[in-house]
Design a protein around this ligand. Sequence first.
Ligand code: GLU
Ligand code: MG
Length: 458
Amino acid sequence: MHDNTAGTDEAGAFLARHPGIAAIELMVPDLNGILRGKRLRRRELPGFWRDGQSAPATLALLDSRGALIDTIPQGSSDGDPDVWCRPVPGSLAPVPWSRSPLGQCLGTLVGRDGSPYFADSRAVLGRVVERFRDLGLQPVVAVEFEFYLLEGGTAVPPVNRAGRVPGGRQRPAGPRVYSLEDLHDLDGFFAAVTAACDAQGLPAGSIVSEYGAGQFEVNLQHVADPLLACDHAVLLRRLVRGEARRQGLAATFMAKPFAALDGSGMHVHLSLLDRAGRNVFAPDAGGAVPAALRHAVGGALAAIPASLAIFAPNANSYRRLRPGCFAPVAPDWGPNNRQVAIRLPPADATNARLEHRVAGADCNPYLALAAVLAGVHAGLAGRVEPPPMVAEGQSPPPVAGLTPRWEQAIDDFAADRLLPGYLGGEFCQLYAAARRFEADAFHAEVGNLDYEWYLPAI
Ligand code: GLU
Ligand code: MG
């Protein structure tokens, strides 16, 4: 439980360390994983840290556009009552990319009686993590993010920020994956990203230039606390976008911003420690995949079709799940293979882990991890055997794949019986209704493509 005295000290210590900070952004992740909130004045922080404050439940329950979701009970029809918002201990940090001296912190929604609010993404994940206690296991999680940098300005469609290497005026050809020249070109940006991560306590590791021109990846190092790993994830997205904006660029974590270029994923690395701190995914003496890892993979694979509406939450997410760009297209697995949904990276006994590659960079990390862990937990508890693995160096056989259709994924989610037992029945109903609402709203629009394809022809 949150300790009020320590909390007040934490706020006081933060303000003393940062005498120039005049405002603090209070942020709550919504259903989409988008941070929403408000600015507190400096003098309001100690009171908020001690007591929390009231906040509308819809802070966490908006669609991607920030609109109320008319088809759920909360918001339009119940008069949008307030719940309570409490600070997340340890989340106070300066915002180095802000023009005015600014701080930030995360909030979490609770009922007026202090119990977790059923639709708060952090609470949904917390509920699933709790289940691992029964198994005597501690999840250890690392998240990696891909994203595109875009040229600044208001061009429609946006222009990817391909490397500008001196010596020619042409835009460079080819994906330029792992290009150190392109990192050099953006040296000021990546130095600022790394410095801001350090200032905010985000454990950012290596940075690479990815397969798409202007696409990059930042790895976050593993932590033995899934909630914290997801806090890091949403904060990293905000940081990258904020730093890009400051430098006259833009960054996007859309899953597939350009049809002709690779999409952006959020890969989740997961291992499990037993009570003695031993990694239960470590290979056995003969080097074989241990039963715990097999069952974890079996459960996680079985849960993918029903969880796709979480891993790929938006219309755009489905454009990424196409063959030929290392994005998964089927619930398959194998060692050392980037074409499968769950990869077993080469690793020693300490680092043995699974890499769940289905979620797009546009996902809600809390919900994505909740879905991954629900599958893994069910696999361990039910000793679920996975299908045969894709052997190292092989291409996956063409098996029944993941649906490329958003509405189908939402229907599969709504019909599922496993996830409500982990994420909460009321939450799953709400989530399905929210995604359906957004899908309906999306298809009610008449977009550019309608005019490009049909107006000249029909
Ligand atoms: N961009 C790919 C994806 O959408 C992943 C490429 C990689 O393995 O880094 O998941
Ligand atoms: Mg990558």
